[in-house]
Design a protein around this ligand. Structure first.
Ligand SMILES: Cc1ncc(COP(=O)(O)O)c(C=O)c1O
Length: 391
């Protein structure tokens, strides 16, 4: 009976959407899997040409480390169900989600701060520690969002050199801590290298450094690493250390477009950072209900990680065959040094419908490719081989 009511409700919703002038093509999700809302996708969805779209059609979107294998069916169902109540602010649902995280991570509820994606929490942290007069210290090769925010708020960035193998040099970072330092930022696993730091070394670093400076550990990709629970620095927070851990649902849970992220830190630190946020108020009802459905969904989680590993193994083998020295990746992307100009490579790949990103560090040009479906990995390898100077 409940099933029938739900189905009828969904049908009513679908016809309301159609009546509003939209036509939902049955193969839309296939069309968009791993792609952006391309011009063709836009036209199929809305029945007209995308007025701002003009770029080449993307066949494999491998430039933003999104997860093409989700979100899960459970999440989609929860989102449909949430629409009925979405005229209400979803405050209770936020509280439920916080309680779920607190129970799972064995931290108090006031140690958690939600955001619409972790980017807004990184920005709020930059507002607290990285404004004029603040100095963010990090390894030289890292994710730049919080640092860019701090720089634009008048703060400073101090970078410590990496080790030869592109791992963090925790000794070098420690030696650069000064009176000016207001925050130490570590991304683990790191982006753009994809590399996982040694857990023991990072734990000792956090324990020592957090006695004098807050340490921010961005764990956006931790779910792709083996045994993430044992690798996470949430343990430092449990022990009362001044460590701030950032998590996102944009990766394994495939919520990049749904926007869910959170911080776990000491309650007083959460209180301070929360002053620069809407305290979860930017999260939509559909997204928070989706997040509740996604949390603890081990089946989808394992599916997502294993699909990523399959595609990554294929990609790494192909890159090895092409004699590329890719860095060991604990994430959903792989980076490797290239022999041609990175910007040029990105342009030429894009012309052929494959979106990737280039980086420059250690005097080398690099290509970073996100892990997609097996089909998109094959297309990536085929397209790379077709670019002059890549083999
Ligand atoms: C290391 C790292 N942190 C944070 C983010 C921001 O993710 P989001 O705002 O989608 O949660 C990303 C995005 O790719 C990332 O790579």
């Amino acid at each position: 009976m409940e099933q029938n009511v739900t189905t009828r409700r969904n049908l009513l919703k679908a016809s309301a959407i159609l009546a509003a002038g939209f036509s939902i093509a049955p193969n839309l999700s296939t069309l968009l899997k791993g792609n952006n809302l391309t011009d063709a996708g836009f036209a199929k969805t809305f029945g007209k040409k995308n007025p701002v779209g003009s770029g080449p059609k993307i066949k494999a979107k491998l430039n933003s480390n999104e997860n093409p294998f989700g979100p899960s069916k459970k999440v989609k169902q929860a989102i449909i169900e949430a629409i009925d109540d979405s005229y209400l602010y979803p405050r209770d649902a936020n509280k439920t989600f916080i309680k779920m995280i607190a129970d799972y991570e064995k931290v108090s509820e006031d140690s958690i701060l939600l955001g619409a994606g972790s980017s807004e929490l990184l920005m709020a942290t930059a507002l607290v520690y990285g404004q004029k007069g603040g100095t963010v210290l990090s390894g030289e090769i890292t994710y730049m969002s919080l640092i860019r925010n701090a720089l634009s708020f008048g703060g400073e960035w101090e970078k410590a050199p990496m080790l030869k193998d592109y791992q963090y040099d925790f000794g070098a970072i420690k030696s650069q801590i000064s009176d000016k330092t207001t925050l130490v930022y570590i991304t683990n696993p790191n982006n753009p290298t994809g590399m996982l730091a040694d857990t023991g070394a990072l734990k000792s670093f956090c324990e020592e450094v957090s006695k004098t400076k807050p340490v921010f550990v961005d764990e956006a990709y931790i779910d792709y690493a083996p045994n993430p629970k044992t690798l996470s620095m949430i343990d430092c927070v449990r022990k009362g250390q001044n460590v701030i851990v950032a998590r996102t649902f944009s990766k394994v849970q495939a919520f990049a477009g749904l926007r869910i992220g959170y911080l776990i830190a000491l309650p007083e630190t959460i209180k301070t950072i929360s002053k620069y946020t809407t305290v979860g108020g930017t999260i939509s009802a559909t997204s928070i209900f989706g997040a509740i459905a996604a949390y603890n969904d081990e089946v989808f989680y394992n599916f997502s990680v294993s699909k990523n590993n399959e595609s990554k193994a294929y990609l790494c083998k192909a890159l090895s065959d092409m004699k590329y020295d890719f860095l060991p990746s604990a994430t959903n992307f792989v980076i490797f040094p290239i022999k041609i100009n990175g910007k040029k490579l990105v342009e030429m790949m894009m012309e052929k419908g494959v979106a990737v990103r280039n980086f420059e560090f250690d005097g080398k040009q690099w290509c970073r490719v996100s892990i997609g479906t097996m089909e998109s990995m094959k297309l990536f390898v085929e397209t790379l081989k077709s670019i002059p100077g890549t083999i």
